[in-house]
Ligand binder design. Structure first.
Ligand SMILES: Nc1nc2c(ncn2[C@@H]2O[C@H](COP(=O)(O)OP(=O)(O)O)[C@@H](O)[C@H]2O)c(=O)[nH]1
Ligand SMILES: *[C@@H]1O[C@H](CO)[C@@H](O)[C@H](O)[C@H]1NC(C)=O
Ligand SMILES: *[C@@H]1O[C@H](CO)[C@@H](O)[C@H](O)[C@H]1NC(C)=O
Ligand SMILES: *[C@@H]1O[C@H](CO)[C@@H](O)[C@H](O)[C@H]1NC(C)=O
Ligand SMILES: [Mg+2]
Length: 530
């Protein structure tokens, strides 16, 4: 594997790569939108040009023993389902939505039925805070042969509690938050939606009937056929939570979420975190040292060596060891630079950790209901609710889910559905087709005449030798979020390939770098070079 960037040396910004990726108008617009979405310049962007362009993630085979697609290319679905060992899982689709979104709901159903559910017939649960209209119910039922159920969310689960709604702060907070303003209409309902998906959806009586769910949203696209049963494969592989997109959150929507998460952890003394925590945080307490200056200045591995070099050069200067070596001027420069520089600020550091803002984009989730419906996650949600961030800030269900899952899940419990092509709003992930099987070997066979494909719709993308998709038809020109979601996918692949420096995580971080040892090594290197 070739990592596009390593966090230890941080991302190398390359103008050439920038141009290659974003050199047309449409892409540039997407890129700018991604900047808004992502934390592109936060916090470690260095202007360090790499001569050879590293390949994009989306053009590499990044499989490992514990993280790989369940199948590469298509499966013969008919044979798969008829196999004696196949069993349909206790699972459902779930979508919270409004009557007015019917068109977009049908659009999504068309995509998921055509690419998956016409063969597997998983039921749907639609939830709403007002009753679904007869039209909504009739039209959605027409899309599928599977069972469709419609649930009303009771007032107490949907609305903020009366003491909140009556608080004079509430209205002010709602309208104060300029974030996503126009895009999301009345802010209050967006907050309710986030709160509902954070801690309520899995408690709805219709959801209680199932063990697994697949969350979908109005107006999304699936680009590839999912020719096997993801619920069954997750069950067999011991996976508990599956995602397609992992991106950084907009900082200003969650300024205090991490602080509250930390204080929840500290309140529950002795609580050991799952290793998913490593995916979501930077550990800023990496060094064993009593040196106050080093402690103040260095929080990340990549900053340690330069700082030590600086210190050693000054020491050598004071010891008179630089005389006549031609390095005295360098030491003076260092002294001057040092006098002029400021200590790095880590405003959001709590307990020597920092949230990297990464989260699973929760508009797509395939998971076990029990990853949320358990004592720890329920207590976590209750704690967040008590601390009022669902209305004083706009904590999204995605970062809440992600941090909440990290309280209990290990990295191995996660599954990246890299073979599922998916679009929600402007973000897209779409794999290349597998070259191992030509489409002729695994032709599309509809199970419902509504989803017959003819002409253009039966033409698929060419296979490539690193491809994993089945009958994908990706947008003609697009940026795969996999290549753009810095630093989240970088960390994901590092962890998958066991390249993460933080190896001694047993539910909490421990400092692991022996600074004295590192200093002695660098000192002898410098002395040898003089
Ligand atoms: N019934 C109902 N559904 C809502 C409401 N607000 C959002 N939703 C649903 O919640 C999901 C997420 O909302 P959306 O506006 O798509 O948020 P986004 O994906 O973050 O842009 C969608 O399925 C919406 O249909 C609401 O006030 N009532
Ligand atoms: C919905 O379907 C029912 C039963 O087929 C039918 O009686 C009713 O008129 C339909 N309503 C609408 C609004 O389409
Ligand atoms: C499915 O799971 C739910 C929740 O655990 C359980 O109540 C229900 O009996 C299960 N149904 C089947 C058919 O196994
Ligand atoms: C990717 O690598 C894995 C592990 O080395 C291998 O099993 C798999 O066949 C490869 N897939 C492709 C599409 O090259
Ligand atoms: Mg949406």
């Amino acid at each position: 594997m070739v990592l596009t960037s390593k966090r230890s040396s941080m991302i190398r910004f390359s103008f050439k790569r920038f141009l290659r990726r974003y050199c047309n108008y449409k892409k540039l617009i997407s890129f700018l939108l991604l900047i808004i979405l992502g934390q592109y310049f936060y916090p470690y962007f260095s202007n360090n040009d790499a001569d050879s362009l590293p390949p994009l993630y989306s053009t590499q085979n990044l499989s490992t023993d514990s993280q790989h697609p369940f199948y590469e290319g298509c499966v013969d679905t008919k044979e798969y389902i008829e196999d004696k060992s196949y069993r349909k899982m206790n699972a459902t689709f779930v979508m919270l939505t409004r009557n007015e979104e019917l068109r977009d709901v049908l659009y999504t159903m068309n995509s998921i039925e055509s690419h998956f559910n016409q063969w597997f017939q998983y039921p749907y649960v639609f939830l709403n805070d007002v009753p679904f209209t007869e039209e909504f119910q009739n039209k959605t039922k027409e899309m599928t042969k599977a069972k469709v159920e419609f649930g009303l969310i009771n007032e107490l689960d949907w609305n903020f509690p009366p003491y909140v709604k009556e608080s004079p702060l509430f209205k002010e907070a709602m309208y104060d938050q300029g974030d996503r303003g126009i895009m999301y209409g009345p802010m209050e309902s967006y907050h309710k939606m986030c709160r509902f998906y954070s801690g309520m959806f899995y408690k709805h009586p219709l959801m209680k009937q199932y063990e697994w769910y697949w969350r979908i949203e109005p107006d999304v696209d699936f680009y590839c056929d999912i020719s096997y049963d993801p619920f069954l494969e997750m069950h067999i592989a011991g996976k508990k939570y599956g995602f397609t997109i992992l991106i950084p959150e907009i900082y200003w929507s969650v300024p205090n979420l991490f602080r509250y998460t930390q204080s929840f952890i500290q309140k529950n003394v002795g609580m050991k975190l799952g290793s998913v925590w490593k995916l979501l945080t930077y550990n800023l307490n990496i060094m064993k040292t009593d040196d106050e200056e080093i402690k103040d200045w260095v929080h990340l591995d990549k900053d340690l060596d330069p700082k030590l070099r600086e210190k050693i050069m000054l020491d050598l200067y004071k010891e008179g060891k630089l005389k006549g070596t031609g390095h005295e001027e360098e030491a003076l420069d260092i002294a001057i630079n040092k006098a002029q520089s400021k200590k790095p600020l880590f405003e959001d550091k709590f307990n020597n950790e920092e949230y990297n803002l990464c989260h699973f984009w929760s508009n797509f989730e395939i998971a076990k209901i029990s990853v949320f419906d358990n004592d720890i996650y329920n207590a976590y949600f209750k704690y967040l609710e008590e601390n009022e961030g669902f209305w004083k800030e706009r904590w999204g269900d995605a970062p809440v889910h992600s941090l909440g899952l990290a309280l209990t899940l290990d990295f191995e419990d996660l599954h990246y559905f890299r073979d599922i092509g998916y679009r929600h709003s402007i973000l897209k992930h779409c794999p290349k087709n597998s070259i191992m099987q030509s489409n002729k070997d695994f032709p599309y066979q509809e199970n419902d005449v509504k989803y017959r494909r003819k002409g253009l719709s039966s033409l698929y993308d060419k296979g490539t030798d690193y491809g994993i998709g089945c009958r994908c038809k990706c947008p003609r020109s697009f940026i795969d979020v996999e290549d753009a979601a810095y630093p989240c996918m970088d960390i994901w692949f590092e962890l998958a390939h066991e390249m993460h420096f933080e190896t001694n995580f047993d539910g909490e971080y421990h400092p692991s770098i022996d600074v004295k040892e590192r200093e002695n090594k660098i000192r002898s290197q410098i002395l040898a070079e003089l």
